[in-house]
Design a protein around this ligand. Structure first.
Ligand SMILES: CC(C)(COP(=O)(O)OP(=O)(O)OC[C@H]1O[C@@H](n2cnc3c(N)ncnc32)[C@H](O)[C@@H]1OP(=O)(O)O)[C@@H](O)C(=O)NCCC(=O)NCCS
Length: 223
């Protein structure tokens, strides 16, 4: 079975959003702007995921931390396979609920097919508020992949009915703050001492987008 969600007028201009379902229980969602393609993770990507997630910044900003802000050990390939299996289960749940929670996309360079990063929906609340996160492998940063992925993911979440989409970003993470701003997210405030890293408290910033006011830079505009 195949289904296409009609993109909005803005989406037609800036990207194509193509949603396919391999079958009713096992949806395969792909989103693309012809430079970046988002598609579900496959077990074949486990080696890439394990290697990329050994990066100190990904361990700090996307990894699991203990009470003192110490990261868990780097992922093995077996660990990465388990993470990918969980994503697959969450995609199957999405087929039933139509609310994506815990689903993640591999971010791919559309031309080469190389996987360069990850973006995923951490939560979709009962009030239709979605939160997501992202990372790009260290060797693929500085090329706009994250900004494009955030725009594609945000548009998809609005098309699914999200009333609000938000990000929380450690205040020291300037690269991620720049992604949020470039992708049209509005800074809403700072939660002081909300996070902890290596036994030191840190501030966390909120950014959000609302469907009726969301505007972003064109995909080829630089900072
Ligand atoms: C945060 C993170 C994803 C940002 O990655 P990034 O590569 O800097 O972001 P983008 O992919 O949007 O690329 C932006 C850069 O590409 C440039 N660029 C080139 N073409 C571009 C385009 N079409 N659109 C946007 N930027 C473009 C920008 O000018 C910018 O360069 P600059 O850093 O020299 O200013 C990355 O640093 C990362 O993975 N960090 C560790 C994990 C993390 O922090 N995750 C987020 C947790 S909240």
């Amino acid at each position: 079975m195949s289904r296409e969600i009609r993109p909005s007028q803005r989406a037609v201009k800036e990207s194509s959003v193509d949603v396919r379902e391999a079958d009713a229980d096992n949806p395969v969602v792909t989103l693309s702007d012809d430079v970046v393609t988002l598609r579900p993770w496959s077990r074949d990507d486990a080696g890439f995921m394990a290697e990329a997630c050994a990066d100190p910044a990904i361990r700090r900003y996307n990894g699991v931390l203990d009470r003192l802000g110490r990261p868990t050990p780097p992922l093995s390939i077996v660990d990465a396979e388990a993470v990918i299996d969980q994503f697959a289960l969450n995609w199957r749940a999405f087929a039933t609920t139509q609310t994506p929670s815990g689903v993640a996309f591999a971010i791919m360079d559309a031309r080469s097919g190389d996987v360069v990063g990850c973006c995923g929906v951490d939560d979709w609340s009962k009030a239709d508020v979605a939160q997501f996160g992202y990372w790009i492998a260290a060797s693929a940063r500085g090329r706009g992949y994250a900004t494009r992925a955030v725009i594609l993911l945000t548009r998809w979440l609005f098309e699914l009915g999200a009333a609000r989409v938000f990000l929380t970003i450690v205040a020291e993470n300037e690269e991620s703050v720049a992604v949020a701003r470039r992708a049209g997210f509005v800074y809403e405030g700072t939660m002081r001492s909300h996070g902890v890293w290596q036994a030191r408290r840190c501030d966390v910033m909120w950014f959000a987008a609302l469907p009726l006011e969301w505007t972003m830079r064109g995909p080829d505009e630089q900072t």
